[in-house]
Design a protein around this ligand. Structure first.
Ligand code: ATP
Ligand code: ZN
Length: 297
């Protein structure tokens, strides 16, 4: 029988640690499948082998992933940037993955007098992020008393355990529910792909890492653009082109109807509706829009 150790180590594959079960897991696995990696991820597996890419995936507690990467047990990891910051590990952030968005904030009870972090320089602060908290306040010249709590940090002020908290929030609803208001954002976080320097300096691993990052970027770029096709009278073309910065020049194809053309291009998701309105005003009709699966710029 092949041991887990020999499967994970020593076969020249890249090793990637991902969260086994938590907020990042579904998105992480979906993204890896979307870049064409073929592996089984059902159940409580310890690791998977990717069949069509030299990569093994290790499933772990997210808190352990930065250390696994730094200690070179794995080459790569996918974790929240908040954990990399908290653990102050020397890893390289290769790519921000665009999910798992959250903020590390300082929050205080609604009815407290505190307005800015400077009001808390000597306060007592409850948090699961003691190191991030210490660094933040020491940069302000403060040394608050930090109480480390591993869960339900939001109830600490109501229990009289702390004057304020430092906690992750995505929507702010948990803060609101506990009569807390955020007064400062310490860190903007999202899921990131991290690597250790040894892996990046290994020429063989480097090739696979670059391939993986290139694919992740293609998926990420595709999500930022829409593919758009429209018809227009040929004499409207200059007005339509003026609206379309697109990727480069749009593709213009003559239609069977004399004097009409079809125009194809990609436009940015974030300016999509604005552009559609301008295109209609410029004379475009039959505007057809579709999502892109991958985009290689
Ligand atoms: P594990 O069992 O792996 O240790 P966990 O309970 O510590 O999991 P999760 O709650 O699954 O961790 O959060 C994982 C990551 O998801 C966080 O480190 C953070 O980067 C991100 N995240 C996104 N939104 C939120 C949120 N609202 N609250 C907490 N974390 C969030
Ligand atoms: Zn955790």
């Amino acid at each position: 029988m092949t041991s887990a150790r020999s499967m994970i180590n020593g076969d020249g594959r890249l090793k990637l640690a991902v969260q086994r079960s938590g907020r990042l897991t579904d998105h992480t696995l979906a993204m890896l499948h979307q870049v064409g990696l073929n592996f089984e991820s059902y159940g409580q597996r310890l690791f998977s082998q990717t069949r069509n890419f030299p990569l093994s995936i290790l499933y772990a507690r997210d808190d352990d992933i930065p250390d696994y990467v730094v200690l070179e047990s794995v080459d790569l990891g996918i974790v929240g940037r908040n954990l990399v910051h908290e653990q102050q590990v020397n890893v390289v952030e290769l790519f921000a993955l665009g999910f798992g968005y959250c903020q590390l904030v300082v929050a205080v009870p609604n009815d407290s007098p505190y307005q800015v972090p400077e009001d808390l320089l000597n306060a007592r602060i409850a948090t699961s992020y003691p190191e991030s908290t210490r660094i933040f306040f020491s940069e302000l010249g403060g040394t608050p008393e930090i109480v480390k709590i591993s869960g339900s940090v939001e109830v600490a002020p109501a229990l009289g355990v702390a004057d304020a908290i430092v906690e992750l929030t995505a929507t702010g609803s948990s803060l609101q529910l506990n009569d807390l208001r955020p007064i400062h954002t310490i860190l903007e976080s999202e899921a990131v792909l991290i690597a250790n320097r040894a892996a990046l300096e290994d020429p063989v691993k480097r090739v696979s890492i670059d391939r993986l990052v290139m694919r992740l970027r293609a998926v990420d770029d595709a999500a930022k653009f829409k593919y758009i096709m429209m018809n227009a009278p040929e004499d409207r073309l200059p007005a339509i082109r003026a609206v379309l910065p697109g990727l480069k020049a749009p593709t213009v194809v003559p239609l069977a109807d004399p004097g009409y053309v079809a125009i194809h291009t990609a436009i940015r998701e974030d300016e999509f509706w604005e552009k559609i309105e301008e295109l209609r005003a410029a004379g475009a009709t039959e505007i057809l829009v579709s999502a892109l699966d991958k985009l290689l710029l």
